[in-house]
Design a protein around this ligand. Structure first.
Ligand code: IFM
Length: 456
């Protein structure tokens, strides 16, 4: 396989999933601390309080990245470490932590890619309405400026929002993520609008301190397939595409919400003020693509409609997500392994949205990995997963799609949100009892693959 010479070869993480140290050095509480503390919200009541203890092991973790030969690392900044109350005085200790991390990365020849928001909203802002409140979008832009003022001399790549679909829908529709509100789709679309607005508002604030910055948002996107050829199923495909993909893609890239989206969700449009759509569609330098799986859908037969709903696919109504796909490889998350969905998606994004560059900001799989107690975690399924998805990226590049980097999710086994520590996505195994790290076979395979690319 051959990729562009300056391709970013990385792995990704997020603050709440790996850092731990939630009470240290002036970090304020976040919505995820509060959510995880509520009984029954997360697997075994687990939280990110300790996680992979990365806050205390950042230097060692950067050494592991160097051992893998990564030339890029995508991490997120914990807003509650930087602005513990969500607005007001910044916390020097928090800024110092990320500044040291960036220095370690650069010293190891690793390009930092910083994400501003990966779901850990300061609790104080939630108590003032959270993302339902427009003021939270303005607060994110202020925080963006604080962090860019400190890191902008060294960090060129910035991701504003990670998977706003999850913050909006899983937080306010399905209720599986913080703040855990179920069935309030009006809140979900209002929240989505403010998340999108915060993206556009943050861009000039970052550029003010990092004129060369390359800025984009990362969306979790899913190719949608028809489970049969009935006309109502073909309509269901379009509706699911609007809900999973175009809800965020269209405003970012076209400056408008897709027609029919809000009617379909049974809600009023969000509170769009004059100029919002122009702010949201401020030209980006890249689009971040988080790809995990496709969805195969069909129009639900009326009697099946209610029972067909599962997990985070409950809306729009009347769509049946087909789970039992014959001959599919299914991960520990219950997601189908479908590499070809990635090149299809990249080609479609290139065709329909003309983004200047695409970055695979996440791609990976959870499997039931076992450490043999010595030095080895044999995770052949993840090796296959990576190889096949990198093949898909290469195919897309071969067809002219401007993909500029690939970040495996994840560098380390970590806190998989409401599913706790049971779902291991890492290239590096973490024994959470001792915090020992063991590079998995997939990590070694990825290292060899990167080395091979660099030698070409
Ligand atoms: O762990 C998450 C990450 O935080 C966001 N993208 C999907 C990953 C796997 O579920």
């Amino acid at each position: 396989m051959t990729f562009p010479r300056d391709f970013l070869w990385g792995a990704a993480t997020s603050a709440y999933q790996i850092e731990g140290a939630t009470h240290e050095d002036g970090r304020g509480p976040s919505v995820w601390d509060a959510f995880a503390a509520e009984p029954g919200r997360t697997y075994l009541g687990q939280s990110g309080e300790v996680a992979a203890d990365h806050y205390h092991r950042a230097e060692q973790d950067v050494a592991l990245m160097a051992e893998l030969g990564l030339n890029a690392y995508r991490f997120s900044i914990a807003w509650p470490r930087i602005v513990p109350e969500g607005s007001g005085r910044p916390n020097q200790a928090g800024l110092d932590f990320y500044s040291r991390l960036v220095d370690h990365l650069l010293a190891a020849g690793i390009t930092p890619v910083a994400t501003l928001y990966h779901w850990d909203l300061p609790l104080a802002l939630y108590q003032q309405g959270g993302w339902r409140n427009r003021a939270t979008a303005l607060a994110l832009a202020d925080y963006a400026e604080v962090i860019a003022a400190r890191l902008g001399d060294r960090v060129r790549w910035w991701v504003t929002q990670n998977e706003p679909w999850c913050s909006a829908y899983l937080g306010y529709g399905a209720g599986e993520h913080a703040p855990g509100i179920v069935g309030d789709m009006q809140a979900a679309v209002d929240v989505a609008h403010h998340l999108l607005l915060s993206h556009g508002l943050a861009i000039p604030r970052i550029r003010a301190h990092a004129p060369e910055a390359r800025i984009g948002a990362a969306l979790n996107l899913f190719p949608i397939f028809a489970g049969d050829q009935r006309p109502e199923t073909l309509r269901a495909v379009q509706r699911a595409d609007r809900f999973h993909n175009r809800w965020f893609l269209d405003p970012l890239c076209r400056g408008e919400y897709p027609a029919g989206l809000f009617d379909d969700l049974g809600v009023a449009p969000p509170p769009i003020q004059d100029g919002d759509m122009a702010i949201i569609s401020t030209p980006d330098d890249f689009l971040g693509v988080n790809y995990y799986n496709r969805w195969v859908v069909r129009a639900a037969r009326p009697a099946a409609a209610a029972s067909a709903r599962r997990g985070d696919e409950r809306v729009p109504d009347g769509i049946d997500y087909i789970a039992d796909l014959p001959q599919s490889d299914i991960t520990a998350m219950g997601w189908e392994v479908y590499p070809h969905g990635l090149d299809m998606m990249l080609e479609e994004l290139n065709r329909a949205y003309h983004v200047p560059a695409l970055l695979i900001t996440e791609n990976g799989a959870a499997f039931h990995d076992e450490w043999n107690g010595v030095g080895r975690v044999a995770d052949q399924r993840r090796v296959r997963y990576l190889r096949d998805h990198l093949g898909a990226v290469e195919r897309a590049i071969g067809h002219g799609v401007p993909v500029v980097g690939y970040f495996a999710w994840s560098l380390l086994d970590n806190y998989e949100w409401a599913m706790g520590y049971g779902k291991r996505f890492g290239l590096i195994y973490v024994d959470f009892e001792t915090q020992r790290r063991i590079i998995k076979d997939s990590g070694r395979w990825y290292a060899g693959f990167i080395a091979g690319q660099r030698a070409m």
